[in-house]
Design a protein around this ligand. Structure first.
Ligand SMILES: O=C(COP(=O)(O)O)N(O)CCCCOP(=O)(O)O
Ligand SMILES: [Ca+2]
Ligand code: NA
Ligand SMILES: [Zn+2]
Length: 305
């Protein structure tokens, strides 16, 4: 069934499990996410960035909401990194049931103003809101936030931010970053900071940049002709500890991008004569489904529908 993000994330925080929120850009990714969540009887969130909306538009949004409505588990359609009030409202008009307004690269007061506007409008329409305080490393809103400017979320500021905005859930910067290069070796995750924020705020917390970038997928990507540098992601243990302490939504995009690429590239490499798209898109869908299943189990969402 199609539900709001709040209906999925409030129980997740209370139940000390994480719900992965996977980005989609087409049918196969959406099927891998929703069909696997149904198989594992897990709640799940499907998210579209503004780039995905540019790429797939209402066609893709309709595909997601139709599949979500018919699903046997709770599914929300979430706007990822909404960059403005207009973008958030447009998404709601398109059928999204959860929207992020990401104004975290602005000064605190401006972030509060922008976020509060979206909260008032979204709540008037029964839609839940994600906001962000703090700045991840890596690419953030297409601006490169280099390490010194990437600042982690301040617990006291977070309390003030939630009071002044009314956001339903809060993305916090605690050491993760977007993309395949999250640092040399195991990225540092600031668990004391997560635990402090969670002790002061009872709304669901969100971890962006949480792909694991698994070594076996990286090896297969290279073996099938892909080129990638010294890629590293977030350790399962760090995510499993974080979801015990307030993190309820875990954003994953890179892992599905890599799986879709590996699934397709292996077909091109193994069967150079093949030109039936269902062969490489189906192979991609299968490998993405494996990744989705792994995440739902690892984060504890399996069986929680
Ligand atoms: O936090 C995450 C995912 O983090 P990850 O990179 O660790 O998977 N996200 O919010 C996903 C961001 C996706 C942006 O995609 P566009 O290219 O369409 O703008
Ligand atoms: Ca941001
Ligand atoms: Na988001
Ligand atoms: Zn993100």
């Amino acid at each position: 069934m199609l539900v709001t993000g709040k209906e999925i994330l409030v129980p997740a925080r209370a139940g000390h499990y994480g719900v992965p929120s996977f980005n989609t850009n087409n049918m196969e990714i959406t099927q891998a996410i929703i069909h696997t969540a149904e198989k594992l009887q897990a709640p799940v969130m499907v998210q579209m960035s503004e780039g995905a909306i540019k790429y797939g538009g209402q066609d893709l949004a309709n595909l997601v909401t139709d599949m979500a409505q018919r699903a046997s588990v709770p599914v929300a359609l979430h706007l990822d990194h909404g960059s403005s009030y207009e973008s958030a409202l447009k998404a709601i008009k398109m059928g999204f049931t959860s929207v992020m307004i990401d104004a975290s690269h602005h000064p605190f007061e401006e972030n509060v103003r922008e976020t509060r506007r979206v909260v008032e409008a979204a709540h008037a329409m029964g839609i839940s809101v994600e906001a962000e305080l703090g700045r991840l490393g890596g690419i953030e809103e297409h601006i490169v936030v280099d390490e010194k400017d990437a600042f982690l979320t301040d617990p006291e500021e977070a309390v003030r931010f939630v009071e002044e905005t009314g956001t339903d859930y809060l993305a916090i910067a605690i050491g993760t970053s977007h993309g395949a290069y999250k640092g040399k070796g195991r990225p540092f995750i600031d668990h004391p900071r997560i635990e402090k924020i969670a002790s002061m705020l009872d709304i669901p917390l969100v971890a962006h940049g949480s792909s694991g970038v698994p070594a076996d997928i990286i090896a297969r990507f290279r073996d099938a002709g892909g080129e990638i540098g010294d890629a590293a992601g977030i350790a399962d243990e760090d995510l499993q500890r974080a979801v015990q302490h307030g993190i309820a939504k875990v954003n994953v995009d890179t892992d599905l991008r890599l799986a879709m690429s590996v699934g397709s590239r292996e077909v091109f490499r193994n069967t150079p004569k093949e030109f039936d798209p269902r062969k490489w898109l189906g192979s991609a869908r299968d490998l993405m489904s494996e990744i989705v299943a792994y995440k739902l189990k690892m984060l504890g969402a399996a069986g929680k529908a």
